[in-house]
Ligand binder design. Sequence first.
Ligand SMILES: Cc1ncc(C[n+]2csc(CCOP(=O)(O)OP(=O)(O)O)c2C)c(N)n1
Ligand SMILES: [Mg+2]
Length: 369
Amino acid sequence: MKLEVIRVLDDDGRVVHPEREPPLTGDDLRRLYRTMTLVRILDERMLRLQRQGRLGFYLTSLGEEATHIGAAHALRPGDWLYPAYREVGAALYRGYPLRTFMCQLFGNAEDPVKGRQMPVHHSVRRLNFVSVSSPVGSHIPHAVGTAWAAKLQKSEDVAVAFFGDGATSTPTFHVSATFAALKKAPAILLCRNNGWAISVPSSMQTASHSFAQKAVAYGMPGVLVDGQDILAMIHVVAEAAARGRRGEGPTLIEARTYRRGAHSSSDDPSKYRDPEEPREWERRDPIEKLRKYARGRGELDAAFEERTRQEIDAEIGDALAYAESRPPKPPLSSLVEDVFAEVTPRLREELAEVEAEVAKHGPKRPPHG
Ligand SMILES: Cc1ncc(C[n+]2csc(CCOP(=O)(O)OP(=O)(O)O)c2C)c(N)n1
Ligand SMILES: [Mg+2]
């Protein structure tokens, strides 16, 4: 079985499938370009910060920006996003403030998840961007459950689970796909096939020609799309969302892309892959492709691009200074919060013991306990 790879643009940003070209205004194009560029610059700078020892951990989306930023554009603001960990651009597209982004990375007193998650595990309740969960594939059933709930409540919401090629080998992927199709839940299962799962190539995850074709066996449409082409991403996600809202059930989308960077700041890909491989994908850069298309339409120019980069630099500088000037850890009392509606007597006792211990050690204690 061979599926066509859905494209709108060729590698030079020329429209090759006008019938699929989404109706984007100049403002849409500039906002998409801006968010992609923001993610690109953030990734460079945060990785450097990690190397300087100022951040514990970081994960980049280098080369994969079109997959999730395109999806975010194609959806309604209230639709539910269940990210893996390379999709923070979708939250930024919806207006996740950079200062909060930065406080999360530092796990400081203003981190919305109170230092309980690793850096990059963002959670933005008001934007329906659900917490990143580290165990691979564990969030796919949550997305399907949310989609099913939306159907039962007769709301028009759809829910998207973003996950990698490696995640298709988890049991949760299979149960989610089976359940979503049986319940005709308005879910979009969006697989970012970026070629690698840390050191395991995607050719080791399946003997099928594609991940998308697995959809047939579950009883839903499977779509293969060029993940470097943001217009194609918008087109296929908009179609999948419309199907879901019409009550026709889920769609499995496989976006072909490539992880140009390391898996994370803790990984060294020179140990397991040919350094030429990422170079080939640099020629198919998703931001360049969008830039060429938008320039061709007269909606982007060098002055706008330069101004955008300068604004982004300034915003990142501001967010970094802000996050580094906050108290570096959440208060000790947060240790016992959020489990019960009210802190139980036993937890109050334990907290008092910890506070007494901290007080006893006085200035010798580590900062903020
Ligand atoms: C259940 C589970 N097993 C293993 C890991 C370690 N791990 C973290 S990310 C990852 C690879 C995931 O690859 P993929 O799904 O292709 O996503 P990508 O990192 O390429 O975006 C692994 C094995 C984990 N977090 N959870
Ligand atoms: Mg992968």
